[in-house]
Design a protein around this ligand. Structure first.
Ligand SMILES: Cc1cc2nc3c(=O)[nH]c(=O)nc-3n(C[C@H](O)[C@H](O)[C@H](O)COP(=O)(O)OP(=O)(O)OC[C@H]3O[C@@H](n4cnc5c(N)ncnc54)[C@H](O)[C@@H]3O)c2cc1C
Length: 432
């Protein structure tokens, strides 16, 4: 078999079932496709790939390129629409197999199906490289569990996929001329570095501390060292797999004892799992205004409010602090995400998709399934049995930033202005 490896969210050689499945093939060529559409601006003014995530992605690709070179292999970077790129490569008649990490979001699923349909003589094989479970054990049929609790309970007796070792030898590349692009080395302005090497370093450092034993008490904090695991940017690009995290967690529990906190880390990984399989089941409705619940929320689009939310200029300092942190670092705690999402939906009465799109652009750990699934949940059009979340912003600030340290750090001490510059009669509001 002359095989193309279509890289997606699996930028690592360790614990990679897709790679393992291709080790017996005659030749193997690694392709990562950068879709130009990611850099276009949408109607809300968001770009799908922001500067910080682009930097993280390039770091991750450079790291992978080095690891592949050590095995006598090459990373081919192709720019363009994946359907056209793979259409061209397969149209050459040089390849008889394509392998990929199983994707769950509708666009990626549709691209795969499209290419499969174009080339019926080529074998297309997906492997579960980015989830704890494997597709054969996730058989819910027509009815996907309505809530996270039902999902978790229904999988109680199901085993996770076993971890796989890095192959000792890889097949060599074919002689095909890919004419790929180079990867420009990014500047070093980020708080974290992309790539499997730094991801594994972070994973091991985290479990060398005792933070996992107090995770449940600290996970809702807005800031602080190791208040949460910080694994998500590497998980999103597949520089780390959830299976590797689970393995390290189990080793930690064996050495230091399991408790509520260590179990809660797995519980959160199950949320990630839930949103992945939920996205695969619900398809494009994950991105639709009325969501999987199928009802349209009473929100609209006030451009001024949206811009103020993005730039951290709302009447709520806690929201401004979170938005400033997000914009400047690409990072934001889970609590911070819930606060700003609830504000956008409930106080600003905006279309939740603008917020989800802005997160897509800015978050370092952007993952379509977790992002759009969590946004739907808060907007009340997703899988939340309570029909949406409205956080009391004053109370959140008192609970999670009682001494105001986080707000001072990220929003300064300037008194926030009013929400709208015009009143109901389009008359300019008086400054406070
Ligand atoms: C509006 C909104 C948007 C979000 N968008 C994303 C996103 O694009 N990408 C993303 O990875 N997470 C997203 N999350 C989930 C969560 O906020 C992040 O996974 C978490 O903050 C990452 O930090 P951590 O690795 O320290 O998490 P930890 O608290 O240490 O959790 C460990 C791991 O569990 C998983 N996890 C934890 N909470 C969730 C959750 N609610 N949903 C799914 N997985 C979870 C993540 O993989 C995380 O790395 C979003 C949450 C909200 C409310």
């Amino acid at each position: 078999m002359n095989t193309l490896y279509w890289l997606t969210d699996d930028l690592r050689l360790q614990d990679n079932p897709t790679l393992e499945a291709a080790t017996k093939d005659t030749t193997l060529d690694f392709i990562f496709c950068i879709d130009d559409q990611l850099f276009r601006t949408d109607r809300f003014g968001n770009t799908r790939m922001g500067t910080q995530r682009w930097r993280l992605l390039r770091q991750s690709l450079l790291d992978l390129r080095c690891s592949l070179a050590e095995c006598g292999q090459t990373l081919n970077l192709m720019r363009g629409n994946p359907r056209e790129v793979f259409g061209r490569l397969l149209g050459s008649g040089q390849f008889d197999r394509v392998v990929r990490s199983r994707q769950h979001a509708s666009r990626e699923v549709a691209d795969w199906r499209y290419v499969c349909d174009q080339f019926p003589r080529v074998s297309f094989d997906e492997y579960d490289s980015s989830t704890l479970y494997q597709l054969p054990s996730i058989q819910f049929g027509e009815v996907f569990p309505a809530t996270f609790s039902q999902f978790r309970r229904s999988l109680d007796a199901v085993e996770f996929r076993p971890r796989v070792n890095k192959p000792k030898v890889l097949p060599g590349p074919s002689s095909f001329n890919f004419d790929g692009q180079g990867i420009e080395a990014p500047d070093d302005k980020s708080l974290i570095t992309g790539g499997a090497t730094s991801g594994m370093g972070h994973l091991q450092r985290y479990f060398r501390t005792r933070a996992a034993s107090t995770y449940k008490e600290t996970r809702n904090y807005l800031f602080g060292e190791h208040f949460s695991t910080g694994f998500s940017p590497w998980l999103a690009l597949g520089c780390l797999s959830p299976t590797q995290v689970f393995e390290q967690l189990s080793l930690y529990e064996a050495a230091h004892g399991a408790n509520e906190s260590t179990r809660w880390i797995l519980f959160e990984l199950m949320w990630r799992e839930f949103f992945r399989w939920h996205a695969r089941h619900h398809g494009a409705t994950l991105f639709e205004f009325s969501g999987i619940a199928g009802h349209r929320p009473l929100t609209t689009f006030y451009r001024e409010r949206f811009l103020k939310w993005c730039s951290g200029d709302t009447p709520w300092q806690i929201v401004n602090a979170c938005m400033n942190e997000l914009r400047e670092t690409g990072l934001l705690s889970n609590r911070g995400r819930q606060i700003v999402a609830s504000c956008l939906v409930n106080e600003l009465e905006l279309d939740w998709r603008c917020g989800a799109g802005y997160f897509e652009e800015t978050l370092l750990d952007y993952d379509p399934c977790s992002n759009w699934g969590n946004w739907q949940y808060i907007a009340g059009v997703g899988s939340d049995p309570r029909g949406g979340r409205h956080f009391n912003l004053e109370k959140q600030a008192d609970n999670w930033d009682s001494d105001g340290r986080y707000r001072r750090r990220w929003a300064g001490t300037r008194k926030p202005g009013p929400l709208d510059s015009l009143d109901y009669y389009d008359w300019p509001q008086e400054p406070p």
